[in-house]
Ligand binder design. Sequence first.
Ligand code: SF4
Length: 66
Amino acid sequence: MKIRIDHDRCRGAGQCALTAPELFDQSDDDGTVVLLNEQPPPELHDRARLAAGLCPNAVIHVTDEP
Ligand code: SF4
């Protein structure tokens, strides 16, 4: 799995960091997303997909590429 972030569309608020704190944090400057691990281990794949689905601006893109 690979996670890609469309930073220009992120509006902050941190739903991703609440859903998957192992994978996402928020910038201290503007509250936008900080990706902590772009290639998460298998046990975090479901959570990555959940965070992508809950992001209000569709900023988080998850693919099955290695
Ligand atoms: S949930 Fe989406 S819009 Fe909100 S901080 Fe995370 S990536 Fe940005």
